[in-house]
Design a binder for this molecule. Structure first.
Ligand code: PMP
Length: 301
């Protein structure tokens, strides 16, 4: 769990989190049109470091364009806002959330005015993330909305309702997390993470046709290439995933979460490929991988 820091950046100024509210009758809560992105910062040798902040902001702006929200800020303003709210926490580790929503106070399906508001918040982790291998369930009828219904690259609040219900179902079955299928019945993604499997020594992950282009996923693929691990970016059949030697989730909130069970089958783990990539990811996030030094931005400097 994470707690929102006291000060948020709202439309260019710092305000208390109590002052940063949305109207209950507004479009964001009534229609789920709020768009967001979530990044992180981690300790480095000379102070905290944002991880791939410009990539998160670029993806955030892409989501806003898909939903049709016109953001009156530049990419650099939104990276600077993240630095500001992260630095204000005086913590070494945390999350950053960029949000954009219609200012409308009425729930008309098409808002009467197009004015939007933009917020950037830091969140502090209450507990260190669990390192226990994660138990996954998937169901033939728990699927991602197809791209014709909602573009999978738009991180819009409304997109998370189906995945939230699927996660509840997985938890009721004794798992920790759900993996959703795509409309063809192949593996898509978890509610807030991408899926990777290790099959015959290759790292296999679904292409981004039906899933969010995760920044952790992209980082893991770059590190795997650097390690000489073969990559298959291809549709991942559910039965291949279910019988993989190793599997893990990638996402800002997990970084790399080894999977210890898929439905009723236990996996020994974390396996060697997962462990190698997790160690490389940790080094990169803490600014200790010179090959990927451009992934991090110091908060002070
Ligand atoms: N898929 C979905 C639907 C997500 O919400 C997230 C979290 N942003 C991810 C995958 C993982 O993306 P990232 O590695 O950029 O956090």
């Amino acid at each position: 769990m994470a707690i929102t820091a006291d000060l948020l950046w709202l439309d260019g100024v710092l305000v208390s989190k109590e002052a940063a509210t949305v109207p209950v009758m507004g479009h964001a809560p009534q229609r789920g049109s709020l768009v967001f992105d979530a990044g992180s910062f981690s300790s480095g040798d000379d102070g905290p470091l944002l991880f791939r902040a410009a990539d998160h902001v670029a993806r955030f702006l892409r989501s806003t364009r898909i939903v049709g929200l016109e953001v009156p800020f530049q990419e650099t303003d939104l990276v600077r806002a993240a630095i500001e709210v992260a630095a204000k926490t005086r913590k070494d580790e945390g999350l950053i959330r960029w949000s954009c929503f219609y200012a409308a106070t009425e729930p008309d399906l098409l808002p009467r005015a197009a004015r939007v508001r933009v917020a950037v918040a830091a969140q502090i982790l209450e507990d260190p993330p669990s390192t226990a291998p994660i138990r996954i369930a998937f169901f033939g009828d728990a699927r991602k909305a197809p791209p014709e219904a909602l573009h999978p690259h738009a991180k819009a609040a409304a997109a998370y309702l189906g995945p939230m219900l699927a996660r509840k179902r997985a938890i009721a079955c004794g798992a920790d997390e759900v993996v959703l299928l795509d409309r063809e019945g192949n593996i898509a993604e978890a509610p807030v993470a991408n899926v990777c499997a290790v099959v015959g020594g290759a790292l296999w992950t679904p292409p981004v046709t039906y899933v969010l282009p995760g920044i952790t996923r992209d980082s893991v693929l770059a590190l795997a290439r650097d390690e000489g691990i073969p990559i298959r970016e291809e549709p991942l059949p559910a039965d291949v995933f279910a019988s993989a030697n190793e599997a893990f989730l990638t996402g800002t909130s997990y970084t790399i979460a080894p999977i210890g069970r898929i439905n009723d089958r236990s996996l020994e783990g974390p396996g060697p490929v997962t462990s190698r990539l997790a160690a490389r990811m940790a080094a990169a996030k803490h600014g200790r991988d010179p090959r990927f030094a451009n992934w991090v931005t110091p908060l002070r400097g």
